[in-house]
Design a binder for this molecule. Structure first.
Ligand code: G3P
Length: 222
């Protein structure tokens, strides 16, 4: 059985940028090595290449465009994140929504470069729609719980259960993550017991004074 994925999105938090991004990546790498659980990190673009260079954990972009390299200004190509060493990318995060056509272009670009695609969704209907594009992962995150400190696993387990069923009804091979307010090993265990393949989270790790301790707790019940 493959390990669940704990994917830590550093967003644009000051506490997840520069030296702090390195410190969190270092903690994630140590906890991943000690626990055997896969822990990935999604830093801002400025930190993407240095983290890929210095650490062996999977590093994801927070967004990627589907356009080809060339005359595009202010876009992030799949080619660029692959060259930087990324393992894959989030797509359509709640804080970076895209059109359906743009989501498909990003997924196809990632697939063409053999990188991992994680489409974010907000409910079971959009999770099913995302699954129709056959990414590696669909990550269901109820927007109202993001950054709230209230865990989706405890506040709305039903949306996790329904999203897992909706995704697998469309494409059984697509894996499911869930996120929003995930803070503890108990939240992660509930999510995995409900059929997900891991969690996507941010503030509980990024804003902590001791990210390593939070990460250790997150993997403690797997
Ligand atoms: O990308 C993860 C995120 O949207 C959830 O954020 O702070 O609720 O863990 P948070």
């Amino acid at each position: 059985m493959t390990s669940p994925l704990i994917l830590v999105n550093l967003k644009t938090y000051r506490e997840g940028t520069g030296n702090r991004a390195h410190m969190i990546a270092q903690a994630a790498q140590l906890v991943a090595q000690d626990s055997g659980v896969t822990i990935g990190i999604a830093p801002g673009y400025i930190d993407l290449h240095p983290l890929c260079h210095h650490f062996s954990i999977p590093v994801y972009a927070q967004h990627v465009d589907g356009c080809e390299p060339g005359a595009n200004t202010g876009h992030i190509t799949v080619d660029a994140i692959k060259t930087a060493g990324a393992a894959g990318s989030l797509i359509n995060h709640s804080e970076r929504r895209l059109t359906l056509a743009e989501i498909e272009a990003s997924v196809r670009g990632l697939q063409a470069h053999k990188l991992i695609s994680v489409i974010c969704s907000n409910n079971e209907t959009t999770s099913a729609g995302a699954a129709a594009l056959v990414p590696d992962y669909v990550a269901i995150e109820p927007p109202e719980l993001i950054g709230s400190g209230v865990s989706v696993s405890k506040a709305n387990p039903e949306i996790i259960r329904k999203s897992v069923a909706a995704v697998h009804a469309v494409s059984p091979k697509v894996k499911v993550l869930t996120g929003a307010g995930i803070q503890t090993g108990e939240c992660v265990k509930i999510a995995v017991d409900l059929g997900t393949d891991g969690v996507l989270l941010a503030s509980s790790v990024v804003k902590s004074k001791e990210p390593a301790a939070v990460l250790r707790d997150l993997v403690s019940k797997l």
